[in-house]
Design a protein around this ligand. Structure first.
Ligand code: ADE
Length: 418
């Protein structure tokens, strides 16, 4: 089979880890059982550019069991779990192109290998498949029915393409489903980012000043989890509403120019570039720990840090210690790439269950409806989104109340007041 992975001998370990994660993905498993019977993706080619993790393995199996012909490449050079990639190839016959630590050229070579499948559907996390198709592989575009997009950053890129009228096929913004971003972005990023920081540093968070840059869904989750670990959380924001929300959630809100001098930990989750830059490094305390959990490695201006540093060494795995003037050290985790996927294993399976249920059902929806779609960014249909929340609650054995007929009438009426 056509594939490029690090080491086939890792497959047995990968298979066990895939099975472990899959035990906590009940909604995706229900979809997979139905897909096995109904084969709604029969004859559909799907190229996926996702973090190659145990959870992604469950999604790829689901698509394949639905009848699709699939190929997978990495959506980040540092997030691939090499044992999972090996098992996908050897145990599940899924062509996979991903090696942890691959350089930029190999990253794009792998994207091109996945695109060689001539996909009808692209499945992106960050929009690199769509952007490569629109710039370097335009000959494949007539074959593409639609794409799906997993993350906030990717959706922003795609909406800019649609606004500029250059988007050449429809895309479903899976990120914007409520059962995706309310949970994955908030609780997933919250937990996995703390996990990455703790695995990389083995430092205590309690009693430290923890600076969260950005108070979107990811920032909210991270701030709440850092607070739960006993840190004093400081939020930086540019949006008045989000800044206000952070204040009322009980956090201190400061501009980065002030937070930089007092933070012990810094984590960027803004989706924007150079959120931490030269002027901030220059006033950081000795030993400050700086990392990123936003999609791209642009949030920390590492070039500026390299320029002002008088030396650097990898002091432990995932920790680069930069020596600065005045006997100060600033530690950057995972080269400023997604710390939750590089230094830990990404979001836990129970939250990816809902994100990837959205992906699988969005692919089925595209396969059914692609002839009627326009070249724009779509949301996941509300009935799919709502059904995922129902199934997730059922799997957790959580029961809700139901409206009485009297309550239904009351909600639909306007006559009754005080
Ligand atoms: N994004 C964040 N966490 C992830 C995971 N565990 N698998 C795939 N994509 C992810």
């Amino acid at each position: 089979m056509n594939a490029d992975i690090k080491d086939s001998s890792l497959a047995a370990k990968g298979k066990l880890r895939i099975e472990w994660a899959n035990q906590n993905m009940p909604v995706l498993n229900l979809i997979r059982e139905r897909f096995l019977k109904e084969k709604p993706l029969h004859g559909v080619t799907i190229a996926a550019c996702l973090h190659v993790t145990t959870e992604t393995a469950s999604l790829m199996r689901t698509l394949k069991d639905g009848g699709a012909d699939v190929a997978l490449c990495a959506s980040n050079p540092l997030s691939t779990q090499d044992d999972v990639a090996a098992s996908l190839v050897h145990d599940y016959d899924i062509p996979t192109f991903a090696i942890c630590g691959e350089d930029n050229d190999t990253y794009y070579k792998h994207i091109n290998s996945a695109l060689d499948l001539q996909p009808n559907i692209t499945m992106d996390d960050g929009a690199d498949l769509v952007s490569t198709l629109h710039s370097k592989r335009t000959e494949l575009i007539p074959n593409v029915w639609a794409g799906t997009e997993e993350t906030t950053t990717g959706v922003i890129r795609l909406k800019s393409m649609a606004n500029d009228k250059v988007l050449k096929f429809p895309v479903v913004a899976v990120n914007d489903a409520e059962t995706k971003h309310f949970f994955d972005n908030r609780y997933g990023t919250g937990q996995s980012t703390i996990d990455g920081i703790v695995r990389a540093t083995n430092r205590l968070l309690a009693g430290t000043n923890f600076v969260v840059a950005g108070y979107g869904w990811c920032g909210r989750g991270l701030a709440s989890r850092a607070h739960g670990m006993g840190a004093n959380v400081i939020v930086t924001e540019i949006d008045p509403l989000k800044g206000l929300e952070a204040v009322m959630d009980g956090f201190r809100v400061l501009p980065m120019s002030e937070a930089a001098a007092i933070g012990d930990f810094f984590c960027t989750v803004t989706g924007n570039k150079h959120v931490i830059r030269k002027e901030h490094f220059e006033i950081m305390k000795d030993g400050a720990i700086v990392c990123n959990s936003g999609h791209f490695n642009v949030e920390i201006d590492l070039d500026a840090l390299e320029k002002i540093a008088v030396g650097k060494r990898e002091i432990r795995e995932f920790v680069m210690e930069y020596k600065l003037t005045g006997n100060r050290r600033v530690n950057v985790l995972a080269d400023g790439r997604l710390v939750n996927l590089a230094a830990a294993e990404g979001h836990p399976s129970s939250v990816m269950d809902m994100s990837f249920a959205n992906q699988a059902l969005a692919a089925e929806w595209v396969a059914k409806n692609h002839k009627n779609l326009e070249k724009k960014v779509y949301v996941v249909p509300t009935d799919i989104d709502k059904n995922i929340s129902k199934l997730k609650l059922q799997s957790m054995k959580v029961k809700l109340d139901v409206l009485t007929p009297e309550q239904e009438r009351y909600l639909a009426s306007w006559q009754e007041g005080t």
